[in-house]
Design a protein around this ligand. Structure first.
Ligand SMILES: Nc1ncnc2c1ncn2[C@@H]1O[C@H](COP(=O)(O)OP(=O)(O)O)[C@@H](O)[C@H]1O
Ligand SMILES: [Mg+2]
Length: 382
């Protein structure tokens, strides 16, 4: 996962865990209201140098508003923002060490790629020779050297996106703000471009803050993610933390698919919790500060559940019987919906055998056994 692999020699891949490291971006008690409407509601956030940080949330939750306040295009109603140790409240957008890349790339249609990229430097009166050198350098970085003389309408969506990125990078901001940078690309290109974006970010070492509503994109790209909802952060953490250790039903539901089972705590200990749910008792091999009888929820990811035909013998300590009610074939894997009493449990499994092996293939109406490890269920109290 991204959070284990990032970071090069001598640089911590997890600066947020290092004692004494100053955050590069410090957001304190920031609120933004439009009339009576609270778009961003008293948020605190620290982002560290070299991070590729994602603000993730549904449409209208306040992501762009927060990004625009960092860029200086909006003024916070209250609270403070500092970047690289300097308070930004009196610093106008054009004097901030930031640059913003918009979703609608806003390239000049009558200018070549080269001229589009050089534009900001010309405005800033950078010497001609230096402009040529810097433009060539970023063209190399985004692999567009042979397209330098083309106009935007002679480029594909992905190439336009790279021109926009080059134009933002050429000004060498300390902090690059990207609002839905891959939003205009189709799925395949988006996935490919995600990796390019990560590679470029590592090469230039600039701190990136990316706004996206696409959870897979956030999971792939980020060092850390802030899950946003209605102007507040629901959880801030690495992709693994957000996916494997959601702190609330909202986050568990928002990221990936999950089975949410309501239940009551029947027993607690320092190293376990037992919960009675609609599919039977569930044992969790981890202590949690909950009282006996408390109403809780269990989140169980579809890929953490094993599925076997009755008699084929399932593995794991838990065994729950059910009937396959729906099946979806996705080539690499299949998704099953299994009726267990009043619940429909989603299970996904890789298609390890080709379907000619019929007697082992699971079919509609088959009675199956579900099992999982005691470490797989996540106990949620809110
Ligand atoms: N200039 C504005 N005037 C009034 N309302 C705004 C303005 N900008 C944003 N909003 C509202 O604030 C909320 C958050 O917007 P935005 O930050 O753009 O959301 P997101 O980027 O997460 O989709 C939305 O409900 C939007 O309508
Ligand atoms: Mg937005």
């Amino acid at each position: 996962m991204a959070d284990q692999e990032r970071g090069s020699e001598g640089v911590s891949a997890t600066p947020w865990l290092e004692p004494g490291v100053e955050p590069f971006v410090r957001i304190r008690g920031v609120t933004k209201t439009f009339g009576d409407f609270v778009a961003v509601d008293n948020v605190d956030l620290d982002i560290y140098k070299g991070e590729l940080f994602c603000l993730l949330g549904g449409s209208g939750c306040g992501k762009s508003t927060l990004l625009r306040m960092l860029a200086g295009f909006e003024t916070p109603t209250s609270g403070s923002i500092s970047i690289d140790g300097a308070d930004m409240s009196a610093v106008p957008a054009y004097e901030r060490p930031t640059n913003m890349m918009f979703q609608s790339y806003a390239l000049f249609p009558h200018m070549t790629v080269e001229k589009n990229i050089a534009y900001g430097l010309k405005q800033g009166r950078v010497p001609k020779a230096e402009i040529a050198e810097r433009v060539d350098e970023v063209l190399g970085l985004v692999e567009l050297r042979e397209f330098r003389k083309r106009k935007p309408q002679q480029l594909s969506g992905g190439q336009k996106q790279r021109v926009a990125l080059a134009r933002a990078l050429v000004k060498r901001p300390k902090l690059l703000l990207l609002d839905e940078p891959l939003g205009a690309l189709d799925k395949r290109l988006r996935e490919q471009t995600q990796f390019e974006l990560m590679n470029i970010q590592e090469q230039v070492g600039i701190t990136f803050i990316v706004v996206t509503h696409d959870q897979e994109e956030a999971m792939t790209l980020s060092t850390r993610i802030a899950v946003m909802d209605a102007g507040v952060f629901r959880q801030i953490g690495t992709p693994t933390e957000i996916y494997e250790f959601p702190e609330s039903r909202f986050v568990a539901d928002f990221i990936g698919s999950t089975n949410m089972l309501e239940g009551r705590v029947t027993e607690t200990g320092s190293d376990h919790v037992d919960v009675d749910t609609e599919v039977g008792p569930i044992h969790i091999d981890q202590g949690m500060p909950v009282g006996d009888g408390a109403r809780v929820w269990i989140a169980l990811r579809p890929e953490k559940i094993r599925l076997a035909k009755t008699g084929d013998g399932a593995l794991g300590s838990v065994q729950v019987k059910g009937i396959v009610e729906e099946m979806g074939y996705f080539g690499d894997m299949s998704v099953y919906k299994v009726r267990v009493g009043g619940s429909l449990i989603e299970v996904c499994a890789p298609n390890r055998v080709r379907p000619k092996d019929r007697q082992h293939a699971i079919q509609w109406e088959d009675e199956v056994v579900l099992s999982w490890d005691d470490s797989s269920p996540v106990l949620l109290v809110r």
